[in-house]
Ligand binder design. Structure first.
Ligand code: TYM
Length: 330
């Protein structure tokens, strides 16, 4: 079976609708016909300052959310990145193959670092995408389900895999990004031209917030001054975003929704989408609570996941070390 790997950062108290529709939903689907590895990337999280206790809680909470959306630990390998030391080890080797300029061209790094002065931007933030490449290449992943914002990091990963293979001989599978067509980029409800992300709470639907609050955020979503409910990203980004979310959560096509809302107002669309979201998050939240109520079981799942992840990653790392010319330890 083809392999799949993906990761998510434990840097917020809740995943948001963008994470779910852009990536996590695909994680669930792909475990049916892939050998799947999914990880909570705590090493990536500390590229910006984290409170240790909060990070620990969010890591558990992330795992609970992944189980609650339907990641099945009997079929998929669910683990925490720092439990598998091979990630940091391979990252070092790949860093030595990455050009300084190449890393400097990563737009996420440029965006994140532009907001702070140089001494507050860690070297870890700079090498972040190389660690991400290591995550993927260690498992010989064929496909990597992510949102649009990760496309450039996936391109770097492919380049590094090819570079290593041509310098040292065929070692890594060159992975393909698996980016959904309709939901690759979910937009902020308050600013429908920028992506939904953890930093702007009013425009972000958090899966673990009070469901009524989510419904209210949807009702207050920024739209336009027309009346027509029509998918048109350039002229009607707010309405288009709501239609995409609505379609993704219900399985109804956008054309079907446009027809159903013909002659109705934005208020109707927003109210009904709010209800759809409440129906989606309510059972999810119940599941998350159940997993959190049994931390010993959760830890056991993560322990098993890490053991399986180490089997695969240790094998890849051994062959990398051999090819690079490291002396084998006795
Ligand atoms: P992260 O933790 O920021 O986000 C997790 C996933 O959610 C997707 N996503 C979105 N998709 C659509 N619309 C949005 N508004 C939106 N916001 C977030 C992201 O594309 C991502 O797929 N660097 C990664 C984590 C990572 C990783 C990896 C991913 C580390 N190692 C290896 C894949 C493979 C990140 O920061 O994702």
């Amino acid at each position: 079976r083809p392999r799949v790997l993906s990761g998510i950062q434990p840097t917020a108290d809740s995943f948001h609708l963008g994470n779910y529709l852009g990536a996590l939903r695909e994680w669930v689907v792909m475990q049916d016909d892939h050998d799947a590895f999914y990880c909570v990337v705590d090493l990536h999280a500390i590229t910006v300052a984290q409170d240790p206790e909060v990070l620990r809680q969010r890591t558990r909470l992330s795992a609970a959310q992944l189980l609650a959306i339907g990641i099945d630990p009997d079929r998929s390998t669910l683990f925490v990145q720092s439990h598998v030391p091979e990630h940091a080890q391979l990252s070092w080797v790949l860093e030595c193959l990455t050009g300084f300029g190449e890393a400097g061209r990563m737009t996420q790094f440029k965006d994140k670092s532009a907001r702070q002065d140089a001494d507050h931007v860690s070297v870890g933030l700079f090498t972040y995408p190389v660690l991400q490449a290591a995550d993927i290449l260690l498992y010989q992943a064929d496909a990597v389900p992510v949102g649009e914002d990760q496309r450039q990091h996936l391109e770097l990963t492919r380049n590094l895999a090819q570079r290593f293979n041509s310098r040292y001989g065929n070692t890594f599978t060159v992975p393909a990004a698996h980016i959904p067509k309709e939901t690759a980029k979910i937009y902020d409800l308050q600013d429908p031209t920028s992506k939904m992300s953890k930093s702007v709470p009013a425009g972000v639907v958090e899966l673990l917030e009070e469901p009524k609050r989510s419904a209210k955020k949807i009702r207050s979503a920024v739209t336009d001054l027309e009346r027509e409910i029509r998918y048109d990203v350039d002229n009607k980004p707010g309405i288009s975003n709501l239609l995409v979310i609505y379609s993704a959560l219900t399985g109804r096509s956008i054309a079907d929704l446009e027809a159903a809302y013909e002659g109705k107002g934005y208020g109707d669309l927003k109210k009904e989408l709010g209800e759809v979201v409440v129906e989606f998050v309510t059972p999810f939240q119940r599941q998350v609570r159940a997993y959190l109520d049994d931390p010993a079981e959760l830890d056991k799942v993560l322990h098993r996941g890490a053991e399986r992840a180490r089997e695969v990653s240790a094998e890849t790392l051994r062959s990398v070390f051999d090819r690079v010319g490291f002396l084998r330890p006795m």
